[in-house]
Design a protein around this ligand. Structure first.
Ligand code: CTP
Length: 418
């Protein structure tokens, strides 16, 4: 049991990652609680020290005794006991990773609000380790804006999401809401434990969003970048111990926790902020979609319609990435420079060629080329189709969530910094 779909090598690595690790398994009340028993058993067989905390509702689906049996540890179900210590504090202390499986809509809402009215939620408020959630609920509840908003807030705080999968639900309906399979959750927990804090002590600069080049006080030249990719990278880098400065163009996103945010409007402002931060950065990641051109001049007063269509002459903005790539003195010796390439190219081979071209033209160490312009990739989408190019070759990442792309990119960066 455990990571059955992966190679024997990977299974061995998963076991190494879990060996002796204190894993808190928080079980909330859904039918998928039965799958949490398999999860507990897999994690235990792989060498994890698995401690289970259950909500009252979870105990309607599976008995605490079952978890005690498969983990060999007592199960926490009560907030108040006659023990001389608080069980949830004891549970949370020294934990390496916590996983909420299944995470019901109610559990996600309680985590978001920071409630602590039972042992389950009090434990989650007390842990200081990485937290992974594996949601399971009816498709309607998953689709509700309240659940979406809760998850967005939890992800902003660094909570990682696995699943839910699409398929047949207990209600007999088809839809998104099935808890991820235990093997998949084990794999995520292992990689969280492997990656934990591999950017510790590193200074990371990330740029995000588009810039806006003013035409007059109300109009600008801009692009459709939402900033989500850069924000996701900043959050991932911070979660892994990096000291992150996020230089962001105008956006509507909540800043990730533990990240210094510098807000800029134009390409010139972004250049100034980046050059200042790059001097002592170990890695500069230019995920921003900087406007390539700006009006030669902009009017201080709103241009009136009656004056007719304005003649707007454009000049290039400074290419910040190319400047950093061609002037080593602007950066810390040994630092890494990562650029992005937004391309309307669906063919991975062509995307790779463009990435390699930009690697050279920008003088970067890595280029992440992602497809923009289709519904499932690029600006505004939750997923990206991407490749990562370096002097050693091109890795095709495929179509993945921006979270997964951020994790893959930070893996590559951490590896190179080592
Ligand atoms: N970039 C930059 N400064 C600019 C324009 C782009 O630093 N004035 C950076 C972006 O942050 C990104 C990379 O350059 O990391 C590539 O951006 P992209 O728009 O894909 O490429 P361009 O250089 O603008 O070339 P083209 O639009 O012709 O593909």
């Amino acid at each position: 049991m455990g990571s059955e779909g992966s190679s024997p090598d990977r299974q061995a690595q998963v076991a190494v990652a879990l060996q002796g690790k204190k894993v808190i398994l928080c079980v909330s009340g859904g039918i998928a609680a039965y799958k949490a028993v398999y999860l507990a058993r897999s994690l235990t067989l792989l060498g994890g020290d698995v401690r289970v905390v259950m909500t009252e509702a979870a105990q309607r689906f599976v008995g605490a005794q079952t978890f005690a049996g498969v983990t060999g540890n007592p199960v926490v179900t009560e907030l108040f006991t006659d023990a001389p210590f608080a069980p949830h504090v004891e549970l949370a202390r020294g934990a390496d990773v916590a996983v909420v499986a299944p995470a019901t809509a109610n559990a996600l809402a309680k985590m978001t609000a920071g409630l602590a009215d039972d042992a389950f939620s009090a434990t989650l408020l007390s842990v200081r380790c990485p937290v992974v959630v594996a949601p399971a609920m009816h498709a309607e509840m998953w689709d509700h804006p309240a659940t979406g908003a809760n998850l967005a807030e939890l992800e902003r705080r660094g909570v990682m999401l696995v699943g839910p999968d699409a398929g047949s639900l207990m209600s007999g309906d088809e839809g998104v809401g099935r808890m991820a399979e235990p093997d998949e959750i084990v794999a995520v927990l292992a990689s969280v434990l492997e990656q934990a804090r591999d950017l510790e002590g590193r200074r990371v600069v990330v740029t995000a969003g588009g810039t806006q080049e003013p035409i007059d006080p109300v109009r600008f030249i801009g692009n459709r970048s939402s900033g989500l990719m850069g924000f996701t990278i900043a959050r991932e880098a911070a979660r892994r111990g990096g000291k992150v400065t996020l230089i962001a163009g105008p956006h509507n996103l909540a800043p990730p926790g533990g990240v210094d945010v510098v807000s800029v409007g134009t390409a010139d402002e972004m250049r100034e902020a980046v050059l200042q931060a790059a001097a002592d950065a170990d890695v500069v990641i230019k995920a921003a979609a900087v406007a390539d051109f700006k009006p030669v001049q902009h009017s201080d007063r709103k241009l009136k319609k009656a004056a007719g269509p304005p003649d707007i002459s454009l000049v290039p903005t400074p290419d910040i990435l190319a400047e950093l790539g061609s002037t080593p003195s602007l950066r810390k010796p040994g630092s890494l420079l990562v650029g992005f390439a937004a391309e309307t190219e669906q063919d991975p081979r062509r995307l790779s060629e463009l990435a390699v071209e930009k690697l050279r033209s920008k003088g970067a160490d890595l280029i992440v080329a992602n497809e923009v312009g289709s519904n499932d990739s690029g600006f505004g989408s939750r997923t990206n189709r991407a490749v990562i190019a370096s002097s050693e070759g091109v890795a095709d990442i495929g179509l993945v969530t921006k979270d997964a792309l951020a994790a893959a990119l930070v893996d590559t960066i951490a590896e190179r910094l080592r």
